[in-house]
Design a protein around this ligand. Sequence first.
Ligand SMILES: C[S@@+](CC[C@H](N)C(=O)[O-])C[C@H]1O[C@@H](n2cnc3c(N)ncnc32)[C@H](O)[C@@H]1O
Length: 347
Amino acid sequence: MSDPALETLLLPIESEIIDLADDAKVLFQRARSGRALSILKKADLLCEQSFAPDRDALLKSGFKVEAETEEGDFDAVFLLPGRQRQEARAQLARAVSKSRDGGFVVACAPNTEGAKTLEKDLADLLGRADKLTKNKCRVVWEKVRPDDLNNTLIAEWLELDAPRPVLGGDYVSRPGIFAWDRIDPASELLAGLLPDTLKGRGADLGAGFGYLSRTVLEIAPKVSGMDIYEAEKRALDLAKENLSAFKGKRNMQGIWSDVTKGLEGPYDFIVSNPPFHQAGKADRADVGQGFIRAASAGLRPGGEFYMVANRHLPYEQTLGECFGIVNQLADEGGYKVIKAIKRKGAR
Ligand SMILES: C[S@@+](CC[C@H](N)C(=O)[O-])C[C@H]1O[C@@H](n2cnc3c(N)ncnc32)[C@H](O)[C@@H]1O
């Protein structure tokens, strides 16, 4: 599958505008795997990736991957920033702080996702910035020259995506993760329909900062424990913090993984507000369909799956194939809430 932002990011290397030594020490923040990355194969490349599906793809292609590295002094730092402005700025400031003096910072964004701002932001941090546009994306880069650095802005932006209290102090969250400073209306609709009779071992697929898991634990005293699945480690770390009041009282496990690759289980019930797109890709209902298949495989026979989705998403066929009974509990505000029960006798 093509990844225009990744291909454009590496253009300054491919066209030899930036000349890196063969054994250059390179950091790629928010790295994604793809054919274009082979241009860095001789470099001493470290990929940073906290999103499990991208981490898995990089590992499969043989790259070295860490969720977040302590290392610094890189000859070049590449970055595919997130869409959220505060997070993107924090990532850019971090890229600058990870580069050695005289090293390069290179970042790229699609034109529709803040490419112009990215160029201005890099120039604000480094004094100036070069650019190239291709594939409806803009790549921007500059050398880190200590005399031109805006150190005050770097320090300020580094803090922009730091964890902080949100929702009146009820939760801790940080910019960049899903609906970071609010309760998502779809999740709220699902939460309001979850029965307080839920019991046994449960799981939350794509738990974000932990709202649905916390709701389950708060309303259903017979729930013995929750496994919290989340692909984004930064979100999972927050979910653990937001559920810390239940630590030692219920069994809890945070699982940093791609849910579509399967669950531990077997579970008595599963709740989920599945994602419907992934960075760098068009909206993909197949991720949500993968969640439904994983939920079905992870439940015990007779186990219950509660999910919410945008009403236009094509999940009915997959639900019908995977579950014995499928009921729509609500159709409100553009969302549908589904309860599906796994066939008794099913594996
Ligand atoms: C629609 S959000 C729901 C978040 C949270 N449950 C809530 O109600 O606010 C979907 C979540 O799934 C996570 N996610 C995306 N792809 C995933 C995958 N393949 N495996 C596990 N989690 C994934 C996202 O990081 C995001 O936090």
